[in-house]
Design a protein around this ligand. Structure first.
Ligand code: NI
Length: 172
């Protein structure tokens, strides 16, 4: 088990479409295990394989809804969005690959995803609230899409300015 390095904005691995997983082997199991460990260490609610430099269609999520007892810990392979609700939800979103900044993003409030688990068994996940948001955010990562692509150009410019300032401070 190992915490892997998280790719940051500007790394091309974040902008490419990830490949389908074809082999469900020990390497995949190890990847998923490392991704959980990396996500927990970074205190994230989700992490996609491209974020650890692996261009495969895999993501993990660990969603704790404060108003509910429910905790969803998921590892999804080759996920497909099969349904989205008509209602839209707006909530603040951040990303481990763009640390320190966040912005309100509008997304369908409810979605259903079909995928495989790391053992190659088909799974279907339906969710609303934070779970729906995390599922869509991580699915975006597999298509090279980041949450900053889903906000207005003006908000994006302001967010990137703030992000660059934070990075500069960190490098000093
Ligand atoms: Ni992200």
């Amino acid at each position: 088990m190992a915490v892997r390095e998280i790719a940051l904005l500007g790394d091309p691995v974040l902008r490419n479409r990830a490949r389908e997983v074809e082999v469900f082997d020990e390497e995949l199991t190890a990847l998923v295990r490392d991704m959980f460990e990396t996500m927990v260490a970074a205190e994230g609610a989700g992490l996609a394989a491209p974020q650890v430099g692996v261009p495969l269609r895999v993501f993990v999520a660990d969603v704790r809804e404060e108003d509910r007892e429910k905790i969803r810990r998921l590892a999804l392979v080759n996920p497909t969005l099969v349904w989205e609700g008509e209602e839209e939800a707006r909530a603040s979103e951040g990303c481990l690959s763009i640390p320190g900044v966040s912005e309100v993003v509008a997304r369908p409030a409810e979605v259903a995803i079909e995928a495989m688990d790391p053992g190659g068994r088909p799974v279907r996940v339906e969710g609303d609230g934070l779970l729906a948001r995390v599922l869509q955010h991580e699915l975006d990562h597999l298509n090279g899409v980041l949450f900053i692509d889903r906000i207005s150009a003006l908000k994006r410019r302001m967010l990137l300015k703030k992000y660059r300032r934070l990075r500069e401070k960190e490098e000093m």
